[in-house]
Write a protein that binds this ligand. Structure first.
Ligand code: ADP
Length: 546
């Protein structure tokens, strides 16, 4: 027997429609690439998203066409999120921090018909345009007065296009499984792979992400997503914020500590989200200038492991609760968030910190398990570690155009699971902790050493700004850990002092064999340590223990 309930489709357009109707005067504030601040509200955003849909229609854009964006977090990019997907086309966010050859590859692979871009990228587009054959027009997201002088063919002005259109536009009632947006993983190995979200997956994820035990956002919050809209759709915050009517503050390209702090204060931001590396700069700026937040009370940190030392500093020095989260582009991206259960609330500070240092419990909709190499499920005892697999309605079941083959694995009941490439433990309360990416684990004499554990221990030292640990070939042990350290400005620490600092914090056999001080560490386009490069750079390194 079928239920007797309406089958209204879950559509992205319904999010912005709801936001306009119920939170029409809630502000959206953007720091402009052209300079200055732009303000409007959900009503204005919805109106302009409809005008954009009309403008794209007038250019001949049809359902399923891919429209690229190369842009920072700003109001026009937000209009693209809703206008493009809402009309049934596919919004394709491109990470401008990728190498130009990768961007060209991605635009060609996606066959973008138009690309919207921020002014800052005009020189880049000028270089790429001749190689991007599918692109019929390059739309610069600015007004007539700021149009660049660059030699870009078929250059169009966003404001001219949008202003020429009426705002009466009826969002089509699409099948909820229709593709809505496309985001390529950075592809540190092999070609970038396109993750193709649907309206249904996006709306379900937006619901789950907003819940109190997830990102806990509401219409009483002011959210400043530092995470870029080209990194897994800014962790899908533009959707969750519209769903609950959260004021949004979009910081543009100025992501340095000083600019961010200024916006946090002037816009009375209550919650933010970003990768650990951006917080490093902000916290340093705040410490150096003895600054305190007046309204910020929590922040989501994910993308790579958030060191306990950073969680402690946020909470104890700056009064900001950390929500440690884990996910991936293929998961829309949210999988787990570390929030307390009631029984944890009265625990001593250090026990609570240990819970927050884990990547957290799965949000409803994400099924998790850890398995050994033979695919056998491992216990949730907080000790056994294995390959982390996931399934659920907002998790990919393949890549755009089949790139890289079928990623899924079947279990004994024939159900599909997505292998995350991460190695993790899960404790009896369901808190998952990432040990490492499987390719980064250090295999030493039959034991596995977690590079994340060692990095977390290193950054707890007051003189360490950032640390990376990689495995170095060893004649007896196969691999041994090498610690690479960036010192904080104006601090001193020796190799011996650092090694001594590890004593009692990690098992003796997992201590690094050596320390190298470096000026900086390489990062991926999404702010993770680029370990493939480090392994390449240090492949001939001789450990003193070898
Ligand atoms: P990419 O940067 O490769 O395009 P993602 O942003 O999707 O892709 O990266 C997902 C990966 O990032 C996860 O599989 C995991 O290895 C890592 N990651 C994300 N969040 C965390 C976290 N909180 N702790 C540790 N690792 C994390």
């Amino acid at each position: 027997m079928q239920g007797l309930m309406m089958d209204t489709p879950l559509l992205i357009s319904s999010l912005i429609q709801h936001a306009e109707r119920h939170h029409g005067d809630t502000e959206i504030v953007s720091r402009l690439v052209e300079g200055g601040i732009h303000r409007y509200d959900y009503r204005g955003a919805h109106r302009r998203a409809r005008k954009l849909a009309n403008a794209l229609g007038a250019l001949g854009v049809e359902k399923s066409d891919r429209i690229g964006t190369l842009a920072w977090n700003g109001f026009r990019h937000l209009e693209a999120f809703y206008g493009i997907s809402g009309m049934g086309a596919v919004m394709h966010t491109i990470n401008p921090r990728l190498f130009p050859e990768q961007i060209t590859y991605i635009v060609n692979h996606a066959e973008d018909s138009y690309v919207l871009f921020d002014l800052t990228f005009a020189p880049l587009i000028e270089k790429l345009a001749p190689m991007c054959k599918s692109v019929k027009g390059w739309i610069v997201m600015t007004d007539r007065a700021h149009m660049p002088q660059a030699g870009i063919p078929n250059l169009l002005c966003y404001e001219d296009l949008v202003n020429a259109q009426p705002d009466d536009y009826e969002w089509p009632e699409l099948d909820e499984r229709t593709a809505s947006s496309l985001c390529y993983t950075s592809g540190t190995t092999g070609n970038p792979k396109g993750v193709l979200y649907s309206h249904r997956s996006t709306v379900l994820h937006a619901y789950a992400a907003a819940l109190p035990d997830a990102l806990n956002i509401s219409s009483r919050d002011v959210m400043l997503p530092v995470v870029p809209m080209f990194h897994a759709n800014a962790w899908a915050l533009p959707y969750s914020c519209a769903l609950v009517g959260t004021k949004m503050v979009l910081p543009g390209y100025q992501l340095d500590g000083k600019s961010l702090f200024e916006l946090f204060e002037t816009e009375r931001v209550t919650v933010s989200a970003g990768v650990p590396t951006v917080w490093l700069a902000l916290l340093q700026h705040m410490s150096q200038n003895k600054l305190k937040f007046s309204t910020m009370n929590r922040t989501v940190i994910g993308g790579s492991a958030c060191p306990p030392a950073m969680i402690r500093s946020f909470q104890e020095d700056f009064g900001v609760q950390v929500l440690h989260a884990w996910g991936m582009t293929e998961m829309s991206p949210l999988g787990t968030v570390s929030t307390f259960k009631s029984k944890h609330l009265d625990l001593p500070k250090d026990s609570k910190l240990a819970i927050q240092s884990k990547q957290g419990r799965s949000i409803f909709g994400v099924d998790l398990k850890i398995v050994d190499d033979a695919g056998k499920e491992l216990p949730w005892d907080g000790k056994a570690f294995g390959n982390l697999l996931v399934r659920g309605p907002w998790i990919s079941n393949g890549y755009f155009k089949g790139e890289g083959g079928d990623p899924l694995r079947k279990d004994e009941k024939g159900r599909d699971w997505f292998p995350t490439g991460d190695v993790a433990t899960i404790d009896p309360d369901g808190y998952m902790q990432i040990t490492d990416r499987s390719k980064d684990v250090i295999k030493s004499g039959g034991e596995w050493i977690s590079s994340i554990d060692l990095e977390n221990a290193a950054v707890a030292h007051p003189a360490v700004a950032e640390a990376a640990v990689i495995g170095i070939r060893h004649p007896k042990w196969d691999e041994r850990p090498l610690l690479l350290v960036v010192k904080k400005k104006d601090t001193q620490v020796t190799r011996e002092e650092l090694l001594k600092f590890f004593e009692g914090k990690v098992a003796k056999w997992s201590m690094p064999d050596d320390v190298v001080f470096v000026e900086q560490l390489p990062h991926t386009a999404t702010g993770k340590l680029l370990k493939t490069k480090l392994r390449e750079d240090f492949k001939d390194y001789k450990l003193p223990t070898a």
